[in-house]
Design a protein around this ligand. Structure first.
Ligand code: SDX
Length: 389
């Protein structure tokens, strides 16, 4: 297979694999899904078109898109018994823990669907994960769940399920719907990142698709990965509350003895500006202006970026804003609670996980993931009886 320097079937000893889904150039800040630049998709596509592109390898025709929309609508409800699960999670449960558990449970509610219906499972997940995320939010607030509507688009349905209320009916705001589409498109796939690797590793043992996706959610939860969008906002709120100066924050971020990190900065692959961060930063300005929101956190973020990008430490370490640095500002503007930010990342990354899982299942050379190690333990030594220890 071409395109990769090292290739090892099924994540053997090199930890890399060949894939035809997403191309990244970390030096030049390039990101393409099935060859299409992320900038073009963010400008022109919907999230569902992008999900279709990633999973099926091409953008949908109008018929294919309409059929996908009908099926996503058909699959948008979840089994009523699942609501009992939401009711019994402790109130303080993190939505990512709930989501991972609910995805695992989802398979149990639809046992009659065989593995041959795998494309239906993909649509089940895309549609029901969105519904479960909104339901989990409503129940965490003791509010009645709002059911999906047949007349709303994927993103409008999510916002309606999150915020509609008998006393304040939710009015669909097309600018916010567009912003949510762009947010989800930017998060849809990213080559072999931590959570996608987890999906592939679990899938390599031929565990069910739902187990692989639940593993992806678990890996994404960490603050170094998909939990960074939540950590960025918590960091900015702390800076605002403490009144710390920008120079003080930058000084702490550079202090190797200090565990503080500038969240939303740095990347395993991008050694330049994350192309997604550029798009989402522009979207921040647009959406806040449209909603007439003055968010002091955006001002702090912009000042931090300005100082960091000229600081020798950050320049020497190739530390630039990544997608998480500004994404939380957009989600705040949509009134989405901070602890749900990683869930929004998971909804966006779902088609990428599915596409990568599908690609690895269809790879005839795929083997079970079994990395090796360098043994650094004790040489052989005798067993000691308990009385001699
Ligand atoms: C995502 O892989 C993907 O594609 C992920 C993702 C996706 O779409 O799936 O793009 C999503 O996870 C984006 C990243 C979100 N995480 C954060 O924003 C958390 C803050 N960033 C860092 O923790 C860090 O930059 C990582 C985890 C993103 C990358 O870690 P690396 O490449 O392993 O870097 P490192 O930890 O080895 O650090 C290298 C040096 C160290 O300094 P030295 O010890 O060499 O002196 O850079 C420093 C680090 O201290 N450094 C930072 C820093 N990130 C790295 N210093 C201050 N602030 C930071 N954010």
């Amino acid at each position: 297979k071409t395109g990769y320097i090292t290739y090892d079937p099924g994540f053997g000893n090199t930890g890399s694999c060949a894939s035809a889904i997403t191309f990244m150039d970390g030096e030049r800040g390039i990101l393409r899904y099935r060859g299409i630049p992320i900038e073009d998709l963010a400008e022109n596509a919907t999230f569902i078109e992008t999900a279709y592109l990633l999973i099926n390898g091409h953008l949908p025709t109008l018929n294919e898109l309409n059929r996908t929309r009908v099926l996503l609508n058909d699959f948008s409800l979840i089994h009523e018994s699942m609501q009992v699960f939401f009711q019994n999670f402790p109130r303080a449960s993190h939505p990512m823990g709930i989501l991972s558990g609910m995805i695992m449970a989802l398979r149990s509610f639809y046992p009659d669907m065989g593995e041959e219906d795998i494309n239906i499972h993909f649509l089940y997940l895309l549609s029901k994960v969105r519904t479960m995320a909104a339901m989990s939010y409503r129940m965490s607030r003791g509010e009645k769940v709002v059911y999906p509507r047949h007349d709303l688009s994927y993103c409008a349905n999510f916002l309606n399920m999150m915020f509609d209320s008998p006393v304040h009916p939710y009015i669909v705001d097309e600018d916010l719907v567009r912003a949510l589409n762009v947010f989800l498109i930017l998060h849809a796939d990213h080559e072999q990142n931590c959570s996608t690797s987890a999906v592939r590793v679990v899938g390599s043992s031929k565990a069910p698709l739902y187990a692989s996706i639940a593993a992806g959610v678990s890996a994404l939860w960490g603050p170094l990965h998909g939990g960074a969008n939540q950590a960025v906002i918590e960091m900015l709120e702390k800076i605002l509350k403490e009144g710390a100066t920008i120079d003080e924050v930058i000084r702490r971020a550079k202090d190797r003895k200090d565990p503080f990190r500038l969240m939303g900065f740095g990347h395993r692959v991008y050694k330049t500006y994350d192309p997604r961060a550029k798009i989402i930063k522009k979207m921040c300005d647009k959406i806040l202006e449209k909603l007439k929101i003055e968010d002091p956190l955006l001002d702090i973020a912009k000042k931090l970026e300005e100082v960091a990008l000229t600081d020798p430490y950050f320049v020497d370490h190739n530390l630039y804003p990544n997608v998480d640095f500004y994404s939380g500002i957009v989600l705040r503007a949509m009134r989405i609670p901070t602890n749900m930010f990683p869930v929004m990342f998971a909804i966006g990354r779902l088609p990428g996980w599915i596409a990568q899982w599908k690609e690895s299942m269809e790879d005839p050379s795929q083997r079970i993931s079994r990395p090796r190690q360098i043994y650094t333990g004790l040489p052989q030594n005798p067993f000691q009886d308990i009385m001699e220890r």
